[in-house]
Design a protein around this ligand. Structure first.
Ligand code: ZN
Length: 419
């Protein structure tokens, strides 16, 4: 009786401690995705406020800083949408981020406009383009381009649309693909709306809109860097970008729960783990800013390192950790073969994930500037059913964190084995 009660109690404790892993991550993800951080972009200083939040966590955990601050500042130029964002077709209001998105390089615009549907023969050659532009008076119109029409001429023409080849007022690009937003570090001399064709039941005749836009030439952003001292001179670096796309107008923000509140949260969780299990290597945690703007924070870091990069035994960059139902993919896995084989062997031995897949080099996250400088590095992302990416649905409620603890264990076991 007593024994089975003890067993039950033990199971209960194990249950709690397992649940604790992802519940702490979940709590951190919820915080990082809260409206007060505005999607961790450049409107309302979202990324600065999110950095302060992470710095507070570092301080609470007792992590050390290089110098007297966890923050490493840098500046970047960025195009932003801090105010009005409303679009009506034929008098009907569209839903921002769902029915349409503003191309991130767009200019501000305000007013009521007629439209011109672009037909392939209008842009067949350079001469036709100029004729179309002068005859149809496009400088005061919205030109609608149906990218979903699968016409090669249209497809080719729309590729150069941010150059405003027709000298039109603005453009509407009709798309049959999912809308995927990004960050632009330049401003075009036009406005482009990406519109989901799915929700559009009739031809567009008029466009009424108010889009507020602001170019910030010297936005001050910052990486957050902390560490736990080890027993040897060399280092292990864990990195994750905490920035995301920010606001598309004052009322809509892209939370970036998977990308990359999830990796940022796992880094905080790893910090807790290494506070409790003092590491052999100096263990560095870097939350990068400016990743979505083109790896700006990590590129800055490798040019202004806070410690010699050649002391890094290995760097593990975590991005998109929402759902490891199918396993993980390891960028650089087919480059650092020995390390990858070791990772795979641990996964088999400890029966963790369904699959650990190797990929070659790719400049798709913050490991890359380090890799270019000769630092052995992996970028790990999860593979599962989660599909929300750079859109309004990448929110905490949607991310399952499947196999979160397994990924966590794989990473800590990999580092524990040593280099
Ligand atoms: Zn990302």
């Amino acid at each position: 009786m007593l024994r089975s009660a003890l067993l039950l109690f033990t199971l209960f404790l194990v249950g709690i401690s397992n649940a604790q892993d992802s519940s702490y991550a979940k709590e951190m993800i919820d915080s990082l995705c809260a409206p007060r951080y505005h999607g961790r972009g450049y409107v309302f200083q979202g990324d600065v406020k999110a950095a302060s939040f992470i710095e507070r966590q570092c301080k609470e955990k007792g992590l050390k800083s290089f110098g007297n601050s966890y923050a490493q500042s840098f500046t970047l130029g960025v195009n932003t949408f801090p105010g009005d964002m409303s679009v009506k077709f034929n008098g009907e209001l569209l839903q921002t981020g769902v029915d349409y998105q503003v191309n991130p390089g767009s200019q501000k615009i305000n007013g009521s406009y007629k439209v011109l549907y672009l037909k392939p023969n209008m842009v067949k050659n350079q001469e036709k383009i100029l004729k179309t532009a002068s005859k149809k008076k496009v400088q005061n119109r919205f030109v609608v381009i149906d990218e979903a029409s699968e016409n090669a001429i249209i497809e080719e023409f729309s590729k150069g649309i941010n150059q405003n080849p027709l000298n039109a007022k603005s453009y509407v690009l009709l798309k049959d693909k999912k809308l995927t937003w990004w960050v632009s570090r330049r401003t075009y001399n036009t406005t482009i709306l990406d519109v989901s064709k799915e929700g559009l039941d009739k031809k567009i005749k008029t466009v009424d809109l108010a889009i507020d836009q602001e170019w910030i030439s010297d936005y001050q952003s910052q990486n957050v860097v902390a560490f736990i001292p080890g027993q040897v001179d060399s280092m292990v670096v864990f990195s994750a970008h905490f920035d995301h796309l920010g606001r598309m107008g004052k009322d809509t923000y892209i939370a970036g729960a998977s990308d990359n509140a999830s990796g940022s949260a796992m880094l905080l969780d790893l910090a807790d783990y290494y506070v409790e299990h003092p590491p052999k290597y100096n263990t560095i945690f870097i939350w990068f800013a400016g990743e979505e703007a083109g790896l700006v924070g990590s590129k800055f870091f490798v040019e202004h390192p806070l410690f010699p990069l050649n002391k890094i035994k290995f760097l593990l960059n975590l991005d998109l950790m929402a759902d490891a139902k199918k396993g993980i993919t390891v960028v650089n896995g087919s480059i650092f073969n020995d390390a990858f084989d070791r990772l795979n062997a641990i996964n088999e031995r400890e029966s963790l994930l369904n699959q650990v897949k190797a990929r070659g080099a790719a400049a798709n996250s913050d490991h890359y500037p380090f890799y270019e400088k000769g630092v052995p590095s992996f970028f790990i992302y999860t593979e599962g059913d989660y599909k929300h990416y750079h859109d309004v649905n990448d929110v905490p409620e949607n991310i399952p964190l499947t196999n979160y603890s397994e990924v966590f264990q794989l990473i800590t076991s990999f580092v524990k084995e040593g280099f």
